[in-house]
Design a protein around this ligand. Sequence first.
Ligand code: NAG
Ligand code: NAG
Ligand code: NAG
Ligand code: NAG
Length: 380
Amino acid sequence: MLLVCINSVFVWKHWFNMLLSLLLLLVVSVTQASHYRGTLMTYYPQETYANGSVSVILRFKFNFQTCLDDSFSCTGKCGNESLVLPNTKCEEVIGVWCQSEKITSRLLPNNSPFQLVYASNSWFTNLNGVVYWRAVTSVELRHRSDTNRPNSSPQTTMFPALRVPSNCQRNINLLAFDPDGDEVKCRFANISLTECVSPCTPPPVLSLSSTCTLSFSTTSSSIEGWYVVEMVMEDFPRQAITLTQTDGSKVGKTTSDAISKIPIQFGFYVDPAAPSCSEGVYLPKFLLPTPEHGAHFYSPVNQALKIDIRASTTQSVITELLYSGPYNVVKNSSEPGSYSLTWTPSASEDGQSHPICFIVQARSVFRTKCTEKKILKYTK
Ligand SMILES: *[C@@H]1O[C@H](CO)[C@@H](O)[C@H](O)[C@H]1NC(C)=O
Ligand SMILES: *[C@@H]1O[C@H](CO)[C@@H](O)[C@H](O)[C@H]1NC(C)=O
Ligand SMILES: *[C@@H]1O[C@H](CO)[C@@H](O)[C@H](O)[C@H]1NC(C)=O
Ligand SMILES: *[C@@H]1O[C@H](CO)[C@@H](O)[C@H](O)[C@H]1NC(C)=O
């Protein structure tokens, strides 16, 4: 199943009037900045063997300025890890960010919980002053009394960078789906739980609800620039359950106990103010047959699933569609504002749910006389 997520972040590239200076600024901030642009991971249990061994499929997204490979580390009884998919590019904005996916499988001697950690320095330069990164996943594979199988993590995806104009209020609904039917909750990373490294300050321009909505609500132009978002997503049972370990020991989980935990880290960019926050004017507006946010699509293995996306604007030009989803999605465009994403699930993805998010970007073509002069001067 493919879950669609429209991040409703209609990004508007501020290219009129400030075309040259903005481009220069972006280049400067990229070359000065460090390469890390966030990560996320999810997991699905695979097999439970008669000898007590269990296997799990781990999916990692790595975001860097260029397409780079990396690994989460595991301490304790983590079993043996084998590569299912080498690091593979999903989507790239050349010179700015690249999101790639890597899939591994771990064969564990038993179903005891374990943690995976991804930590290093440094984040790109950001206004909330975060330097070191640390991302933690808690993998729970003990047998659940309600589903009769091991737990799956919440499923989600996210771009390496979200952008909003500084004057436009935005509520961004993150995609949050749980294959076990659990309640999914979000919160910013907590330093007391070693989910991040000091300073671990969330962006002051964003609030995050437990239902996974990020709200951007300030209109001050002094806050333009890059921020870093470090958050976690957890699944909570809808009624009390029991988890049973391979050796027979049991532990209870109430509706206020998280079962598993995944990290979600990305950049958030506050752009200069847009002339209008209305969709369809400068910021793109999605048109039919674009699916709704949260739509579910089912597709059998090896059968292509095509999603058509259309968007329009009256005062700007749509430049591109960007997506964050499985590595084997193919993007195609017939004309500006008209796109398709095609996903052909492989046999190893059978029975699983995969999220895909997309955004459409536009740039302004409006020019003041002053800008025309500036451009002429520059090109001479
Ligand atoms: C992991 O690999 C080692 C060495 O190949 C092997 O002895 C061990 O049984 C494996 N663990 C599992 C859980 O299969
Ligand atoms: C348990 O059985 C599986 C499947 O036969 C095997 O791959 C795995 O190595 C076994 N685990 C141990 C710890 O022997
Ligand atoms: C962080 O975790 C600690 C320990 O569980 C808890 O006491 C504290 O309230 C949490 N902080 C926030 C901001 O949630
Ligand atoms: C991509 O679009 C072009 C132009 O519409 C079309 O010719 C081509 O077959 C499409 N490719 C895929 C993979 O859909």
